[in-house]
Ligand binder design. Sequence first.
Ligand code: SPM
Length: 382
Amino acid sequence: MPALHTLLDFQFEPGGPKNPLGDQALYRDLCSLVSGLVQSGSAAPLSSVSLGDSGSLDVFTAENGSHATLRVYPQGLLTVDAEVWVAEGEQPSITAEHVASTQQKINELLGCKKSKRFPFIKRGARVDPYVPTADNKLIEYDFDEVVYEADSPYQNIKIMHSPQFGNMLLLDNDPNLAESDIAYTRAILGNGREDFSGKTVLILGGGDGGILHELRQGSPKWVTMLEIDQLVINAAIKHLRGICHDSMDQLKGHNYEVLVEDCIPILEKYVREGTMFDYVINDLTAIPISTQPVGDSWDFLRKILDFSMQVLKPTGRYYTQGNGANMVDALRMYEGQLEKLSCKVEFSKETVCVPSYHELWVFYRIWKVDAAKDMQSTNGSS
Ligand code: SPM
């Protein structure tokens, strides 16, 4: 972990007696505490900047290259950042205990009622633990090893090891699925609402093999999986056994086949030939995040939806994942697209906790409307 960064925030009363901007002795004591985070003994700041009405900024450096900053905002916020270099395999020269005791001393100095210490941020680490959520909130994973990394013609593929979640697949740095995430696979297969036995199923994507494996636990008539990226399949067979188990060891079995193909021409062929399925499970990319439903990703999404509806039997069901539960606008735009399909459809959605996602995820179940009426009249369900 090359650079370890610590952050502290303090809120003080700007009109009170302990405003550091109006008390030189107090300010000196603060400087000494902040510089002490990165070097033994207090030191004068390397650079001290008066920002006029915007407060002050001081920068401290140590001989070993560590640095700390002290920033005071006149509105009543004081922030401290400190960064130390930690050579691989060595102990950091800064500890959580030292930071906590500095926080306590600054609290007392400023008479603060509110202060905050963030966990250390690891910057430039060999095993990068940070991934944002769909709505751009920072998650720190407990990754301890990069198990696999490669660039395929389609994407960057990484498999990280997490002590909690097992091996976890990231595509272009987006968490896709970990060995802990059977909840995802069950949700995209309807969470027990469907009976796949004797049915035909088309999986779009799904290179980690989880959906195929789960379907194979029942007795579907036939499952076709269309995955474009051979490298994802190879990596899953080797490193994601807790997801695909033995289901992709052979790409063809008595009731399934994995085709390593771009799904678009195959879907076109199915449409031309009139091949239809009881279920289409779209496990391709998530709903795009944009302000308007325009651009290549939305065009791709519409194309897939349109073809999928054409290869779905009138009584069939289409399942897909949507996006994070907080991505309300993206989900609404997606639902808007469903109204514009060439056939009339209805949908239901379900919000599911997928352990490694650190955010709730929304799944869609879509069916053709006339088919829904037929189903109601035959078995009373929708
Ligand atoms: N078979 C699993 C494939 C997953 N499909 C893509 C889902 C991407 C979701 N990223 C989730 C990020 C959560 N923080």
